[in-house]
Each structure stands twice: as C-alpha cells, then as structure tokens.
Write a protein that binds this ligand. Structure first.
Ligand SMILES: Cc1cc2nc3c(=O)[nH]c(=O)nc-3n(C[C@H](O)[C@H](O)[C@H](O)COP(=O)(O)OP(=O)(O)OC[C@H]3O[C@@H](n4cnc5c(N)ncnc54)[C@H](O)[C@@H]3O)c2cc1C
Length: 391
C-alpha cells in the first residue's frame, strides 16, 4: 500500500483504463450521464477528494487531489471536469456550509450518492459574471425566494443540488452576491432543452430556470457579500483542475500518435523514424512536461496570495498546449488521425472546450495583466535619458 494520494491516483488510473476508455464512445452515442460510472468513481473515493474525513471525504490537500484529473483526463476531459466541479462544491459545502446543511448533505456528497454542480453563468453573463439577473429575496421567516435563469449548467437535471450564485438587490456590482445550494427537487426548478455538444454528449448541459424557488437559510453556502469572491476562489480551483485534466488529454493524444507512428511504414522505415515527426512529437512532449510543472505549482499555490495568478497562468497556458497537442498528434497520423476509432477528433474538441469553461483563455490574460500592473507599481521608474522628449 502506498500513501493515500498514491492509492487514490492508482484508483483513478484504473477507473480510466477499466471504465472510461472502453465506454466513452458509447456514453457519447447514448447521450446520457454515465451514473453507473460515476458511482464506481465514488466507490474509489473520487467524489470527496478534499472533504474532511469526518464527513466521509479523503481529506486530501488541493495540491495532491488535483492530480486526480490528470489521470481521469487520459480517459475523458469532460468527465474529469464534471467530477472536479462536484468535488469543489463538496469542498465548499463541508468548509462553508451551515451545520444543518452539512448534516443533511455532506455524507451523500462525499460518497457520491448525490452529485453537485455550480451555477454562475447566465445567458447574458459569462465572462462578465457580475452582470447577473438571478435574484434572491430574503423573506421574513429567513427563507430565500429565488428567481432567474442560469446557462451552461453542467450535469443539468442529473445533479441533485446546484450551488447557485445570486444577487440579493438591484445594486450594480458584486457586494450583494451570495451562493445558495438549491436542491434539484425544490419546487420551481426546471431545465431547458439540452445543448447539442457532440464531443461530450454524455455531459448534460442546459439552462436552469428558477421560478419562485423557496430555499431554507440553512442552504446558504456563502453569505451576502461573499458570493463573488467565494465563487472566484472556487473557480481558481476549477481552473487548475482543468489544466490537470488537459495534461491527461495531452498524454492520451501523444500516446495514440506514438502507437500509430511506430508502426506506420513509409520510406523504407516507419513514420516515427522521420526527424520531422520526432520534432513535432518532441514539442508536444516538452509542452506536456512544462504543463505538468505549471499546474502542480498552481495547485500548491491555491489558498495563498499567489493562487489566483498562478491559476490564471495554468488556465492560460495548458489548455492552449492541449489544443496544439491534439492537432499536432492528429497531423502526425495523417488521414488515420481523422477516423473515429482513434478519438483524436474528440480530443481536439475537448481541448477547445477546456479553453473556454471556467474562465476563458482571454480572461486568464486579464487576470495576469492586472497582476503585472500591480507588480509594475512596485518597480522603480526607468529614468528617461537626458534631453529625451524635451522639445
Ligand atoms: C462545456 C461547458 C460547461 C460549462 N459548465 C458550466 C457550469 O457548470 N456552470 C457555470 O456557471 N458555467 C458553466 N460554463 C460556462 C463557462 O464558464 C462560460 O462559457 C465561460 O465563462 C465564458 O462565458 P461565455 O461563454 O458567455 O463567453 P463570453 O463571456 O460571451 O465571451 C466571448 C468571448 O469574449 C472573450 N472575452 C471576454 N472578456 C474579454 C476581455 N476582457 N478581453 C478580451 N476578450 C474577452 C472571451 O474570452 C470569449 O472569447 C460551461 C461552459 C462550457 C463550454
């Protein structure tokens, strides 16, 4: 037996080899969330990674637990993403939830009996998250009534509870924002038509409508005033998790290309003998190594003042590297790379999706740019050479 994290990573690896890889094409063809598979992941402890042991979790640090998505990402990046969001919500529930909420939900979430997801995005507000319309009104008896519509809700209709970010007034900005856990079976919760997403059709995505939904104050995860800041902390964890999943995706693309190129006969040798091919795959291997170092450094920085900018570096660099890797590996395989059984097309579409979800590449650049402005403030002015621009 290894250390706890070694055992969990080994379990995630076997889940990928035995459950995800053999069945992911069938999941996509069926277009249904593979609950039997996520139940198996739950049995391995993969649904309570960061939650404390007293609530049935694994008690892993973020730095350790985030590596799980690299293993799952070798099988499928969308599956890894959905489990990462569940784990983040479960972590938030155990860390910030009321005692009543924890007593009602924590063990079901860590054991994966119930699944959770996060609902921030709205049809008119993605990157500009503060421009949300969903409103919660605090009633005299302490309950909250929520009205609005969320967009791009992952595990829509499949998750049992949605950690939903709301505004509590019409004031512009984020000072009135909160996060409240809305059970899927609360009266007034419904879902729109499913989005058509062929490369990850098994992940249900749709809008979620909230029509006079009344929820107990026990379900407040982040009180008024902390909704946006808390969500951004959650999103930082999600960004690094995505970078981790992308490393798995890059390894899957590289190994598929290597397996093909070592046997593809051409010019009295094989494809992999060609310098040009070795250089192309060599660049993928270098970017994979760099990506691994970056996401692990970012994971260890979470919770420190450097966390947000490190998460932005990882989310900026790694999904871009994954897009390049998937395309390069497809190119190495020639026409064969375009055929369905090899899965390269799926990897290309998934890597592009991972550039967008949980803050786009451009939003990461915005975060990095702001950090650079701050850094510049602390630097000495550069003296202008004497006489320069005086006339
Ligand atoms: C598969 C998938 C699953 C998702 N699951 C969830 C979920 O479970 N819960 C949830 O809340 N959300 C979810 N999302 C939503 C996701 O987080 C948003 O799609 C993302 O934040 C981008 O928002 P948008 O799509 O509205 O793009 P927009 O905000 O409309 O952006 C459009 C373009 O403008 C660019 N842009 C934006 N701001 C700037 C800027 N300042 N400078 C330069 N360019 C800029 C963007 O990078 C992008 O290229 C999911 C998305 C996907 C694709």
């Amino acid at each position: 037996m290894g250390s706890k994290i070694e055992d969990i990573l080994a379990a995630a690896r076997s889940h990928t080899d035995e459950v995800i890889k053999p069945d992911v094409d069938a999941w996509n063809a069926a277009g249904v969330w593979p609950r039997a598979a996520s139940d198996k992941a739950a049995d391995l402890g993969l649904t309570g990674l960061y939650a404390p042991e007293e609530w049935g979790g694994q008690g892993l640090s973020l730095g350790d637990g985030i590596q799980v998505y690299e293993e799952l990402g070798k099988g499928d990046g969308a599956y890894a993403f959905a489990l990462s969001m569940h784990n983040i919500c479960t972590f938030a529930a155990c860390g910030y939830g009321t005692e009543a909420f924890k007593n009602a939900w924590a063990r079901d979430l860590t054991s994966g009996k119930k699944l959770a997801n996060f609902a921030l995005t709205e049809p008119q507000s993605g990157s500009d998250a503060a421009n949300m319309y969903t409103r919660a009104v605090v009633n005299d008896d302490g309950t909250w009534t929520i009205n609005g519509a969320k967009a791009w809700v992952s595990l829509a209709g499949e998750a049992d509870v949605y950690f939903t970010v709301v505004k509590t007034s019409d004031e512009p900005g984020h000072k009135d924002m909160s996060m409240i856990a809305i059970p899927a079976d609360a009266k007034g919760v419904s879902f729109g038509p499913r989005y058509d997403t062929p490369s990850y059709e098994f992940l249900p995505l749709s809008e979620m409508y909230l029509d006079n939904v009344v929820v107990s104050e026990d379900n407040i995860i982040l009180p008024i005033g902390q909704g946006l800041q808390g969500s951004l902390m959650a999103i930082d964890i999600a960004r690094v998790s995505i970078a981790s999943g992308c490393c798995g995706l890059m390894e899957a693309a590289l190994d598929t290309a290597l397996s093909y190129a070592k046997n593809r006969k051409m010019f009295k040798g094989v494809n992999l003998d060609l310098d040009g091919i070795q250089w192309m795959l060599g660049d993928v291997a270098t970017e994979l190594e760099a990506s691994r170092l970056l996401y692990k450094a970012a994971a260890n920085a979470l919770g420190t003042p450097e966390g947000p900018v490190m998460a932005a570096h990882a989310k900026r660099f790694v999904p871009d590297a994954a897009v390049k890797a998937a395309n390069t590996c497809t190119q190495v395989m020639g026409g064969m790379g375009l055929l369905q059984p090899y899965g390269m097309d799926r990897l290309s579409r998934l890597s592009q999706m991972l550039r967008i979800v949980d803050g786009t590449t451009e939003i990461s650049r915005v975060v990095i740019g702001r950090a650079l402005q701050k850094r510049a403030e602390g630097l000495p002015d550069i003296p202008v050479p004497k006489g320069y621009g005086e006339k």
